[in-house]
Design a protein around this ligand. Sequence first.
Ligand SMILES: [Ca+2]
Ligand SMILES: [Ca+2]
Ligand SMILES: [Ca+2]
Length: 470
Amino acid sequence: MKRLLVLATLLALAANGCTASHEQPSNAGRSSAPFASRVLATGLADPWEIVWGPDGFLWVTEKAGKRVTRVNPADGSKSTVTTIADVYSTQSQDGLLGMAFQPNFLKGNNDVFIAYTYDADSGPAVDRRAKIVRFTYDPATRTLNRPVDLIAGLPASTDHDAGRLLVGPDQKLYYSIGDQGSNQFSRTCNPIRSQDLPTAQDVQIRDWETYQGKILRLDLDGGIPADNPVIKGVRSHVFTYGHRNPEGLAFGPGGRLFSTEHGPKSDDEINLNEPGKNYGWPYVSGFKDDQAYAYENWSASTVPCASLHYDDFTTPPSVPRQAETSWNSPDYMDPLKTLYTVSRGYNFQDPTCGDQSYVCWPSIAPSSMVYVPAGDGVFGGWSNSLLVTSLKNGAVYRLRLTQDGGSIQGDITQYFKTANRYRALALSPDHRKVYILTDTNGLVASESGSPVEQLADPGAILEFSVPASR
Ligand SMILES: [Ca+2]
Ligand SMILES: [Ca+2]
Ligand SMILES: [Ca+2]
């Protein structure tokens, strides 16, 4: 295990005041605390989820590796608990995704819930779908066995799958699904369906196509909970809707469910998810403020969409454009926070980034989130906070909750800046060690903000330890 060359980067930068909801980018203060760090493990194939297991080991899903790997947090040694042969992965955003433990794991129940994409077509064609499967762990052989599908046929894509899976304090499964990357790139002409809701008939015939852009709430057997919200007259698995790509989910104080969501260029969101609420996508990005975003629906172009060429910066006049403030929904909820909102007319084509301008956009690409409670021994800087990993900036962002846990306050602080794409994180039970999963490839912003292709520690687990005196 090598030492990480990060201490030199943890120079103190003055933390700007950033209590307002609307902030300019790059104003998060950098922590100067001298964390010890090491590379705990390497050789992971697109690792996606990391959870501190009830057995005291780190459990990791490998999106392209199609494996669940159990890692000893003392020495980084790895063992494979299962390889899932029917995972379908093109090494983009599909593959083996979320994982969550049954609440009584190793205390009378050994179930683990795993979400992944698969090919539902038995012939040569590919019908990419997602499913949630329950496995049972055998502590004697340290393997996962006896898979049972809880729900299958969920929407899946190579883009914006989301895929985070949690068990809530209410003993329900929560699963996020993104908008499938519709209305951009190779799916420019696919309409975004985040506002579409299932009909009673869809539910009856188990057609889950409208679950794009939703956060689902399921019974632990995959059924629809009897107390799920009734939205537009129908009770389904849908808990909240109007999402873009909510990759981070975390439960906070009082059973509150927080989510992170990737914004289109600006306006990544931190949301507080309440049953039956509408988070606005694609009509609203960030706050409903008509700043630097309007919904341009390529699929509704008056010139056939298929004849158009998608471009991030120039939209043809045939594509209808709708201001955020011209849309309304009685269920609409603003985000708690955006990272970051910029003004109308902002130049998204920063010459520092050239063809890879998305690295310079005022978004951080939030990939996961954990909640750190207040309590004895908890590092003061993280007490009652949300920690969010950034893909683009190779850093963890700390957002402080208010004492009642219902909103975000104060300055944002960046921790652990390295030249890596941070995919997910887990904490040790004493909250004094942070384990960060890194992507195997992709672009990250350097210290100066320009794109870097050479990742420092691809496909790894990085460990950062809070100093004993803090
Ligand atoms: Ca097939
Ligand atoms: Ca929103
Ligand atoms: Ca906005």
